[in-house]
Design a protein around this ligand. Structure first.
Ligand code: TXA
Ligand code: MG
Length: 347
């Protein structure tokens, strides 16, 4: 987006609303965020209330480019500065030890803080206008707890539309990346090394190339991340993933059983009740995924079937989100094939 297209008046109004303690939804390159003044425990509490999210879940603090990290965090390892230099502004969140002056409301009582400088021009303009660029905007994804994250302003309006809890929704078009930021924990670097809490567009390899160490999978003692709850990012319709060959067979069987399938795929497939074909690249698939899940959720289908993407490292973020979306729907295809169909009487 060219900077002359930024609605400066709306951005200034949004910054003043944040300073007054209100909630503002704003675009980032990953997903839309539901923002509040990170240093106001009351404003942060309003985010939890609006989302219906438990109070002990930490939120990411968004910073303007070149904001001093040492205002927000202590014991900052050189690796954090190197990663910020390499990937900020951009879709990387770092977990660091929280500075004592930062209220524990943003970290759900943990002694850490999640920091990220987003690259979307509207987000940057908002962060520069808010408290003269010296503040932090706490922002989880702008969706109700457990639901699919928004990648369009309309998604946010659909979810928080008329209830008055969100003062403004800034519109910055479709989020480029489409899935949430990569989260790397550097708060226990000396004892545990870097830990990947959530995969995203910034890959393990890209991080390893900067800090010479590949982040490990989280252990039981790693900081809690709500995006790592199994049932996250789920639409209302059950979701199942199948490899391309199995999917062909399943589509035929479900059609024969009179079932309605909403299909998300990237290779040639037979026609179904509803379908969306996404690009067969990790970046293209991620960009379109959440809008596709929302759209397919609106077709009254019995199941959303997703053609399982490849397993390579670049697909880690997409596979992670799909696995979570499908969690809780185990056995759905089998059930649909074996229960009585909508067209035949119960046995
Ligand atoms: O791309 C993103 O990260 C988006 C945009 C709006 O920036 N935000 C986002 O926020 O995904 P949310 O709240 O939906 O997910 C943030 C994740 C959660 O899993 C949260 O638990 C984790 O970050 N997190 C935040 N601060 C943390 C901390 N101090 N320790 C551990 N995890 C933390
Ligand atoms: Mg979220």
């Amino acid at each position: 987006m060219a900077s002359e297209n930024l609605d400066q008046a709306a951005i200034i109004a949004a910054a003043r609303a944040l300073e007054a303690g209100a909630l503002v939804a704003f675009p980032t390159e990953t997903v839309y965020g539901l923002g509040a003044d990170a240093e106001s425990p009351a404003a942060v509490a309003a985010i939890y209330a609006a989302k219906g999210r438990p109070q002990d879940h930490p939120v990411i603090v968004h910073l303007a480019p070149d904001a001093p990290l040492d205002y927000w965090a202590i014991d900052i390892p050189v690796e954090a500065h190197a990663l910020a230099e390499a990937f900020w502004p951009g879709p990387l969140t770092m977990i660091l030890k929280r500075a004592p002056n930062i209220p524990d409301a943003v970290s759900g009582g943990q002694d850490t803080v999640g920091l990220r400088c987003p690259s979307h021009p509207v987000a940057i303009a908002l962060l520069r206008a808010f408290k003269g660029g010296k503040g932090g905007v706490a922002a989880p994804s702008a969706n109700k707890f457990g639901a699919v994250s928004p990648t369009l302003a309309q998604h946010v309006r659909d979810e928080f539309g008329q209830d008055g809890t969100v003062a403004m929704v800034l519109d910055g078009g479709a989020s480029q990346v489409g899935i949430e930021s990569t989260i790397v924990d550097l708060s226990r670097l000396a004892t545990h090394g870097p830990v990947l809490l959530r995969p995203g567009h910034i890959s393990l390899d890209a991080i390893a190339a900067v800090i010479d160490r590949v982040p490990a999978a989280p252990d039981a003692a790693a900081p809690r991340a709500s995006g790592t709850l199994e049932s996250h990012y789920a639409p209302h319709t059950p979701v199942a993933m199948q490899d391309s060959a199995t999917l062909h067979q399943t589509l035929a069987e479900l059609a024969a059983a009179g079932r309605k399938v909403a299909l998300i795929h990237y290779s040639d497939m037979p026609s179904t009740h509803a379908a969306l074909r996404l690009p067969a690249t990790p970046d293209g698939f991620a960009h379109a995924l959440y809008a596709a899940l929302r759209a397919m959720d609106g077709h009254g289908a019995d199941v959303i079937l997703v053609e399982a993407p490849p397993q390579g490292g670049a697909w880690l973020g997409v596979n992670d989100r799909l696995r979570r979306a499908a969690h809780g729907s185990t056995g759905i295809v089998h059930g649909l094939l074996n229960q009585s169909t909508p067209h035949s009487p119960a046995a």
